[in-house]
Design a protein around this ligand. Structure first.
Ligand code: NDP
Length: 514
């Protein structure tokens, strides 16, 4: 590390009272309202804060996936869910909201146990958001409007929306319940049934989540869960002939694979993929707020967020001071026990992921970047020394072509760039194969207005850290995705539209074969 690097904050020691005791010994798939026997291959589940194994999951093979898809199909055809009056479906969605909220602490602890995100963040942000997803879609379906066309003389046509069928929902490990709940809520709100596959690294909270939905009274088979690796369970699910549509959140390469498998059967897909989002700080910004937000933008969720502001572009006039203060604050971030409220940054989700993230320190050096802070494994002490901690890291890149500016690192790793003019900033921001989100910090209205038009990304956040407006579409340009999530966007994806045309009076029909 640079000799002038700022001093580090003391690491957070483990609070023994809250070390893992919660996880079930075996996490099984949940099909047609009941846990499967769990006879598949056993895979270990680890607590990233200590590296200790906290349980196992039983992997679903193709036969178990088939049972799950058949259960979902039966529920679609026979449970009455697909044809339930909207008001009754809304009542159920609100019950699901309530039960998730009531169990937010339990779900957050389970999530923490195989993910290592700070418990407070999981409880206050992820689980509240998960509950809200059900309320949001309950309200959305209650307000849906119809379409009628009567411009054609003598006819009236109206459009009805019907559920598509059985959805395969594939979730990543970085925010399992928060992201999967959006997919589940959207799919079932429009009358579909589904099979959910979490990442095999993070099965714990989603298994309990699906149980809770049933405890609240959701009919059996409407939501099914299969656990296992992507290449085994995920692939069997996407390729299953009785799946009607696929919603995937995860990495870009996996997205390519899933879309090609689904494409062979012409199944519609939405893909929410990776990002390398620019956080542009103009000299005209409220610098204090921009600094706070730059830290939050890269270090929250332990840096493992698709929408992280991972490339921080700072105008040259303010860059030295801004970057020095960022590095100072980053070095003081409290790294350690994710179950302690004092902790600000927990471990990465797996040993392999930590090795990958730390590998970018060498990549940065090889490309001529300057290490500003961090860049090493962190050792909080005690049991936590076995955990997958990385100290908050920032580098100053020589140019936007550096690999740390082009590759998604998906960890607590910020890459700084500086710019001299507006045009240079926007050109750098857009010079990436990704296009998920952008952040703009400026109090100069023409700059804001122009940047929001010229940035190539699915979302532009101006003078704010990440904030999701669920009514609006969310998704990426370029290799960050295909399709959108959000109110209208989910309605378009999870329903088939059917046009019914009626004559106003009996029509004269041409008489053939007289
Ligand atoms: P992966 O692409 O590795 O995995 C995502 C999910 O897909 C996992 O459940 C995985 O299973 C499964 N999977 C893997 N291969 C296949 C396959 N062939 N068929 C079906 N399913 C498969 O992503 P990560 O879990 O590593 O998540 C991180 C990535 O997700 C990052 O790139 C991030 O940017 C992106 N992401 C995007 C978001 C967005 O909204 N745009 C939001 C959050 C994350 P398993 O893990 O068990 O192998």
């Amino acid at each position: 590390m640079d000799a002038s690097a700022p001093p580090r904050a003391p690491l957070q020691a483990p609070s023994r009272a809250v070390l893992p005791t919660l996880a079930p010994p075996l996490t099984r798939s949940f099909v047609g309202g009941a846990a499967e026997r769990g006879e598949g291959m056993r895979l270990p589940v680890f607590y990233p804060a200590t590296g200790a194994q906290v349980g196992e999951l039983a992997e679903a093979d193709a036969a178990e996936v088939d049972r799950a898809v058949q259960a979902a199909r039966r529920a679609f055809l026979r449970s009455g869910w697909a044809s339930l009056p909207t008001e009754r479906r809304q009542e159920m969605l609100l019950k699901l909201h309530d039960i998730v909220l009531a169990h937010a602490d339990e779900l957050a602890r389970l999530e923490c146990l195989n993910l290592g995100i700070v418990l407070r963040e999981l409880r206050e942000r992820h689980m509240k958001r998960a509950a809200y997803n059900f309320r949001f879609f309950a309200e959305f379906i209650g307000q849906a409007k119809g379409e009628v066309y009567d411009q054609m003389a003598g006819y009236r046509s109206f459009v009805v929306r019907e559920p598509v069928g059985v959805a395969a929902l594939i979730a990543p490990w970085n925010a399992p319940v928060a992201l999967a709940s959006m997919k589940v809520a959207a799919a079932i709100a429009f009358g579909n049934t589904c099979v959910l596959k979490p990442s095999e690294q993070t099965p714990l909270a989603l298994a309990r989540f699906v149980e809770l939905l049933h405890e609240a009274g959701l009919p059996d088979g409407v939501v099914n869960l299969v656990n296992g690796r992507g290449a085994v369970t995920g692939e069997a699910l996407v390729a299953h002939p009785d799946i009607d549509l696929v919603s995937f959140t995860g990495g870009t390469e996996t997205g390519r694979r899933i879309m090609s498998v689904a494409g062979r059967r012409l199944k519609p897909c939405t893909l929410e993929l990776g990002g390398k989002s620019a956080n542009i700080v103009f000299a005209s910004a409220d610098i204090e707020r921009a600094l706070d937000a730059a830290l939050v933008g890269i270090f929250s969720n332990n840096g493992q967020q698709c929408l992280a502001g991972s490339r921080i572009l700072v105008e040259k006039r303010i860059a030295d001071d801004f970057i020095a203060r960022f590095a100072e604050r980053a070095a003081r971030i409290r790294v350690g026990d994710p179950m302690s409220d004092a902790t600000e940054l927990g471990p990465l989700a797996s040993a392999a992921h930590r090795a990958r993230v730390l590998g970018f320190v060498e990549t940065a050096r090889a490309d001529g970047a300057k290490l500003l802070t961090g860049g090493e494994a962190a050792m909080p002490g005690g049991d936590l020394d076995g955990g997958y901690f990385v100290s908050p890291t920032a580098v100053l890149a020589p140019s936007n072509a550096a690999r740390v500016c082009q590759d998604e690192i998906f960890g607590p790793f910020a890459a700084f760039l500086t710019f001299g003019s507006y045009d240079e900033a926007i050109a750098m921001a857009n010079d990436t194969r990704f296009g998920l989100v952008s952040y703009v910090w400026s109090d100069h209205m023409p700059t804001i207005e122009r940047a929001s038009r010229e940035l190539h990304s699915g979302v532009v956040w101006v003078n704010t850290p990440m904030v999701r407006e669920l009514r609006a579409p969310f998704g990426g340009y370029k290799e960050s995705g295909v399709g959108r999530e959000g109110g209208e966007a989910c309605q378009a994806f999870y329903t088939e539209s059917k046009t019914v045309t009626l004559p106003a009076s009996p029509v004269a029909v041409r008489r053939l074969g007289l």
